[in-house]
Design a protein around this ligand. Structure first.
Ligand code: SAH
Ligand code: SF4
Length: 423
């Protein structure tokens, strides 16, 4: 979502500003930050050291911090780092241009939660175009999982209107976009208003935007198991455009830990959802998030998570060491914290299994011909990078001009990507 927000911020000042290639050349430097885990949040402070040097030479350069670190630590941040000229929380981005104008005279803090105002101010006509585009449809969260800062930094759950999303996607597609990734912290809790002012769910929204002819692929992320409603599961079986991919974070396989986390589902329910999904869409690629070393997680609880992973077999997954976040319920639970070494060991064990699963999943695609959506140049010279509908990265070489979609024969597979030849 920060990637989407960064584009939106840039687009909102495109009449007066342009992007430069290095911070030394900039009048305004913006750090769009993430507060979800401690590591992400601390990164910003180490980066600020570099900016301090630039500001010493370029006296008029202004520094703005946006994103969830700004929201959570705004006031304290300016105290800790006086080189910061403004902090803007995620629900105040409609004020971005305004803030830049005010910076000549004073420091500015915009930390309110005006998501409706922000959504209203978003122009549906974008100016940054890619073949695959993020589109935020929902923001914030009311679930209050015990470990999570999102409800405090992104605010209450709110959904954009169907028409606004449709118009944004249509305009992107008119400008070459072939795939949209619908975004929300809790995306399948989407409940935006349609043109009749009736609330519609995510399945209905997807059914509406898939009518845009030249839009070929749709994905959504991130979902909560409890909002994985029947209509959405059905759609995975019936829609030609919905990618056979789902990121459905489970966090833990232990019912005790899930309860402590306030996730409001148990392992059985999660497995039932996976089962239903696989019945509707047998080739669905499943992804998840895991937290290891949650307070009170015993070795037995951890083994439950490993068991769940083995039962489901994920195509890919993200896993994290538990990180205590100020203001959350679990940050106040100091009773049975797991030491860092134990957390590291559990994470390593878990990742070994997940990596193995990802590799076996990718191996199944060897020698297959896949339709790949070309995203752009790859890191290696002469190579392009694309994505399958199961959301695997594919690298390939091509000596002619690339099309939006290329038929690629997979000749090598690894954990994180596939290598192919153009057919
Ligand atoms: N809304 C999604 C998750 C959004 S946060 C859901 O409900 O599943 C993205 C991921 O970051 C989470 O799934 C979780 O695995 C991880 N995460 C969030 N807070 C964390 C914390 N305090 N420590 C470690 N990982 C965390
Ligand atoms: Fe955070 Fe997701 Fe829980 Fe909401 S549902 S509080 S975003 S982990």
């Amino acid at each position: 979502m920060n990637s989407y927000d960064s584009d939106r911020l840039l687009e909102s000042i495109k009449d007066t500003h342009e992007q430069v290639v290095s911070p030394e050349m900039a009048d305004v430097i913006v750090f769009n930050t993430c507060h979800i885990r401690e590591k992400a949040a601390e990164k910003i402070y180490s980066e600020l050291g570099k900016i301090k040097k630039i500001k010493k030479i370029n006296l008029d350069t202004k520094l703005i911090i946006t994103g969830c670190v700004a929201q959570a630590e705004g006031r304290a941040m300016i105290k800790r780092q006086p080189i910061i000229d403004a902090v803007i929380g995620p629900q105040m981005y409609h004020k971005f241009k305004n803030v830049i104008d005010q910076l000549k005279h004073k420091k500015v803090m915009e930390l309110d939660f005006q998501s409706n105002e922000k959504f209203k101010a978003l122009q549906n006509k974008r100016s940054i175009f890619n073949r695959s585009a993020f589109v935020t449809i929902q923001e914030g969260c009311d679930k209050f999982c015990s470990f999570c800062v999102v409800p405090f930094t992104r605010g209450a759950e709110s959904s954009r209107k169907v028409n606004d999303i449709y118009n944004e996607v249509e305009y992107l597609v008119e400008n070459g976009c072939k795939e949209v990734v619908l975004l929300g912290q809790n995306v399948n809790a989407y409940h935006g208003l349609n043109y009749k002012n009736e609330e519609v769910n995510l399945a209905r929204l997807i059914s509406t935007i898939e009518k845009i002819e030249d839009l070929k692929r749709i994905t959504y992320t991130t979902s909560h198991p409890n909002d994985m409603h029947e209509e959405l599961i059905q759609l995975h079986g019936s829609s030609d455009k919905l990618n056979p991919y789902l990121h459905l974070p489970v966090q833990s396989g232990s019912d005790k830990i899930l309860k402590l986390m306030n996730r409001k589902y148990n392992k059985k329910l999660y497995l039932q959802i996976i089962d239903k999904l696989r019945k509707k869409c047998p080739d669905i690629a499943l992804s998840s998030d895991f937290i290891v070393g949650y307070p009170e997680e015993t070795k037995k609880d951890f083994q439950e998570t490993i068991k769940l992973i083995k039962e489901v077999e994920f195509a890919q997954a993200y896993s994290f060491k538990y990180s205590s976040r100020l203001g959350t319920k679990s940050s106040r639970n100091n009773s049975n914290n797991i030491c860092d070494q134990e957390k590291n060991e559990r994470l390593q064990k878990l990742q070994e299994i997940l990596n193995h699963q990802q590799k076996s999943y990718n191996n199944k695609f060897l020698l297959k011909n896949l339709k790949v959506l070309v995203k752009g140049k790859a890191k290696k010279k002469n190579q392009y990078r694309g994505i399958t509908k199961w959301m695997q990265v594919v690298n390939f070489e091509i000596s002619r001009e690339v099309n939006s979609f290329e038929n690629i024969k997979i000749i090598k597979s690894s954990n994180n990507s596939l290598l192919g030849e153009v057919q």
